[in-house]
Design a protein around this ligand. Structure first.
Ligand code: SF4
Length: 392
């Protein structure tokens, strides 16, 4: 097993130019994470995973369903099989290219492969059943009262800010799947999963997520939706009527918001970008870490982040361990694991490490993320090992 110990990291991030809704949570959650992601030396942290692969497959297929490129005569299992195979093969190849230094496990052997496939098949079937529904939806509060949808003239909404040179109709410009929206003045842009129009003429934005707890929607999901809402408002001059998340089981949850929320979020983001960029231009390399069980859980930079290791607690439930390299009585080097996450092994306090720019004796330690412990065996994920080797 190849493992790599800490080394001093001098971050040299570039300034943030464009803001993307899908990336904004890091701007709010951890400045150090942003600094890592803006430093080319740490580009290995941006490589995909099986989670992102399944997400891409779902987005691509649902986009084709919405565009009526597939299932034109209705849903069929046979067509789904062929569409799925085409999409998963393409995305798997992309993943393999990103991880060309590693052998990526075959996608059918991935945990929950069949579940991802079955969920998407059910979602496609449901979308096809609703295929005759026009891109007009009732407001949720009116759904039970009216029990049916009503049409409005699309001429009454849409490109109020159009300069007259755009011949596309409001429907073709803004409605449907995967629409690119932008605020050029503030350099913010992003692709919305789906836009429909409500019967009062306002827009409904739907963002696909693989899953969420409707009683505890992550703040990052909410902010992402608000920013999409702001972008649509900026482009059309029409305040969104509804912002929703949709999970892969088809569950739809609405997010409360006001126009002030949308604009305030945009202002906050622009300010955060300015502050970050000022640090870079002034040569200040002190980017604030904000370790927490939530912020760090899926952070690719855990392994090189000493703030993470300093803050990590067994109660976080992360699959990460740290250990010290010591010599046994025969003079052989062994790893003395000091922070097991397996509750069957008595836990010991994590080694408290020195800050990232001022470390000493770090070569005496090893750090591992994405591990599992079964009986007396330590297992590392294939992509975790790659991250180690990328740092060797
Ligand atoms: S591991 Fe945590 S503290 Fe470190 S950069 Fe990532 S999110 Fe920030």
């Amino acid at each position: 097993m190849k493992m790599v110990t800490f080394r001093d990291v001098a971050l040299r991030p570039s300034a943030i130019t464009q803001i993307y809704p899908s990336k904004i949570q890091t701007l709010f959650e951890c400045e150090l994470h942003v600094a890592f992601s803006q430093d080319m030396e740490f580009d290995w942290g941006k490589r995909g995973s099986f989670g992102t692969m399944f997400g891409e497959v779902r987005h691509k297929i649902l986009e084709r369903v919405e565009n009526k490129e597939i299932f034109r005569t209705g849903f069929s299992e046979q067509e789904f099989e062929s569409v799925w195979t085409e999409a998963i093969t393409t995305e798997y190849k992309k993943l393999c290219d990103q991880w060309s230094d590693r052998e990526v496990p075959w996608y059918e052997n991935v945990k929950r492969y069949e579940l991802h496939k079955a969920d998407l098949e059910a979602e496609c079937e449901a979308e096809c059943e609703a295929a005759d529904t026009p891109l007009i939806e009732e407001r949720p509060s009116e759904r039970s009262r009216e029990g049916r949808m009503s049409r409005v003239s699309l001429d009454s909404i849409g490109s109020r800010r159009s300069n007259g040179n755009d011949n596309s109709s409001p429907e073709s410009k803004f409605l449907g799947p995967e629409k690119q929206l932008k605020d050029e003045g503030n350099k913010i842009k992003g692709k919305v999963d789906l836009i429909r129009v409500l019967n009062d003429g306002s827009y409904w934005i739907v963002d696909y997520k693989s899953g969420f707890n409707e009683n505890d929607i992550p703040e990052s999901y909410r902010k992402q939706l608000l920013l999409y809402g702001y972008l649509l408002y900026e482009e059309t001059g029409v305040e969104p009527g509804r912002l929703s998340l949709k999970d892969r089981k088809g569950k739809i949850v609405d997010i409360d918001f006001s126009l002030e929320d949308l604009v305030a979020l945009k202002d906050d983001l622009v300010l955060k970008r300015e502050k970050f960029n000022q640090k870079i231009s002034s040569g200040e390399a002190n980017f604030n870490p904000n370790p927490s069980p939530h912020n760090c859980r899926y952070c690719s930079y855990q392994i090189v982040c000493s703030s993470y290791w300093e803050a990590l607690d067994d109660e976080w439930g992360h699959s990460s361990i740290a250990g010290e390299i010591i010599k046994d009585s025969n003079g052989r080097e062994i790893i003395n694991i000091t922070s097991p996450t397996d509750s069957s092994i008595p836990g010991q306090p994590l080694p408290k490490l020195t800050p990232i720019h001022n470390r000493e004796n770090h070569n005496n330690y090893v750090y591992m993320t994405g591990i599992s412990i079964r009986k007396d065996q330590l297992k590392l994920n294939w992509d975790t090992i790659s991250r180690f080797s990328a740092q060797s």
